[in-house]
Design a protein around this ligand. Structure first.
Ligand SMILES: [Zn+2]
Length: 367
């Protein structure tokens, strides 16, 4: 089993500027750091190295996505505006989508990293791959950045895969705590991409992510949202994969599975209000690998999205990559015993199951 791992130091040079948490500073809000910052990603990468796991991974190098590749999803005007603001050294791509010096090229490198990861998996150079890219992408829409995202990395990579790599059907499963609105919109009227998103109910974006959003036209039935109530944990997430994702993917029979992978549903995230642990991500990854083996020759690509706890994202990332690569290092998650794993309510609750079962009822419509 070979797993690719893509990282580039330049991803860490995207500046989100001065802010306070996820909001701009000013007025009575004292300037602090922006929450979409470097440490969670750099510490994730550092733990992959210090644990020794990196010695078992195939290094992948990103390239810049071309303008034509961006244009598969974004409008020319939006791409031009991002470049102008990047050249000026500051700006906002739309809604909470900060732009700093060189952000245009770094965001192209982020989308291009996902393309490289997809190529490596589809061409069989690696069995699966994790792309630790930045800025994230799943909130970006065709004509605006949103939620710290500038370009729709996964949407752009999947559109590349459909256009250039002979893929007929792709299934995505977004486990970020926020709704994958951008990826949903990219494929909302198409049946060649099945988009599934699990997220915290009515969080961000506030207006999207409901059970009722199921696609339009040819895409009717090919979008499934699972808006789990705040407080959902390990049991709810695994039940959701078993009752919704697995049967949906089996019905759909994709050529490739792609995971927009935010680790902000973990129990230590400053933005998310869910309780997942590193074991949750490890076990979800193992279930997805089983599905990929059964359906598409093991082809599984993960691209990084959110995750804002510098302390805990590295443990979620390590568990995911250990599962993907079939390796276990000596690094044991110290936050599991006596804390995250034993929080009351980690088992699936009836009010969580009712949402999961409602989403599961949609699987019958997939052909
Ligand atoms: Zn998120």
């Amino acid at each position: 089993m070979t797993s690719g791992f893509l990282w580039h130091e330049r991803y860490m040079w995207h500046s989100t500027g001065i802010a306070a948490g996820q909001l701009p500073a000013g007025g009575f809000v004292e300037p602090d750091n922006h929450i979409e910052s470097v440490p969670s990603k750099r510490r994730f990468r550092n733990l992959i190295e210090v644990s020794g796991l990196i010695d078992h991974l195939v290094p992948l190098k990103p390239r810049l996505a071309t303008e034509d590749e961006l244009l598969r999803f974004h409008t020319p005007d939006y791409i031009r505006r991002v470049k102008q603001m990047s050249d000026a050294g500051f700006g906002d791509g739309g809604e909470h989508a900060p732009i700093g010096p060189d952000s245009y090229d770094i965001a192209r490198l982020s989308a291009g990293g996902c393309i490289v990861g997809l190529d490596a998996v589809v061409e069989g150079r690696v069995r699966n791959a994790y792309v630790l890219n930045r800025p994230p992408g799943h909130h970006a829409e065709a004509d605006r950045g949103r939620g710290f995202c500038l370009f729709g990395n996964v949407a752009i990579a999947v559109l590349h895969g459909l256009a250039e790599c002979g893929l007929g059907r792709v299934a995505t499963f977004d486990w970020d705590v926020h709704h994958g609105n951008g990826t949903q919109k990219a494929f909302y009227d198409r049946s060649d991409v099945l988009t599934v998103s699990v997220h915290q109910d009515t969080y961000y974006p506030q207006e999207s992510g409901s059970l009722e959003e199921r696609g339009v036209g040819a895409g009717q039935g090919y979008n499934i949202n699972v808006p789990l109530p705040a407080g959902s944990g390990h049991g709810a997430y695994l039940e959701m994969v078993k009752r919704v994702v697995a049967p949906a993917f089996r019905a759909y029979r994709p050529d490739l599975i792609v995971v927009p992978s935010g680790f902000d549903a973990n129990g230590m995230d400053p933005l998310g209000r869910q309780m997942c642990t590193s074991d949750t991500y490890r076990e979800m990854t193992l279930l997805l690998m089983e599905l990929a083996e059964e359906l598409c020759g093991g082809r599984l690509l993960m691209c990084h999205e959110g995750g804002y706890s510098p302390v805990y994202v590295p443990w979620c990332g390590l568990a995911t990559l250990e599962a993907l690569s079939g390796q276990r290092t000596a690094a044991e998650d110290p936050y599991l015993p006596g804390f995250l794993a034993t929080l009351a309510g980690q088992e699936v609750q009836p009010w969580q199951l009712s949402v999961i079962d409602a989403a599961a009822s949609y699987v019958a419509d997939i052909e």
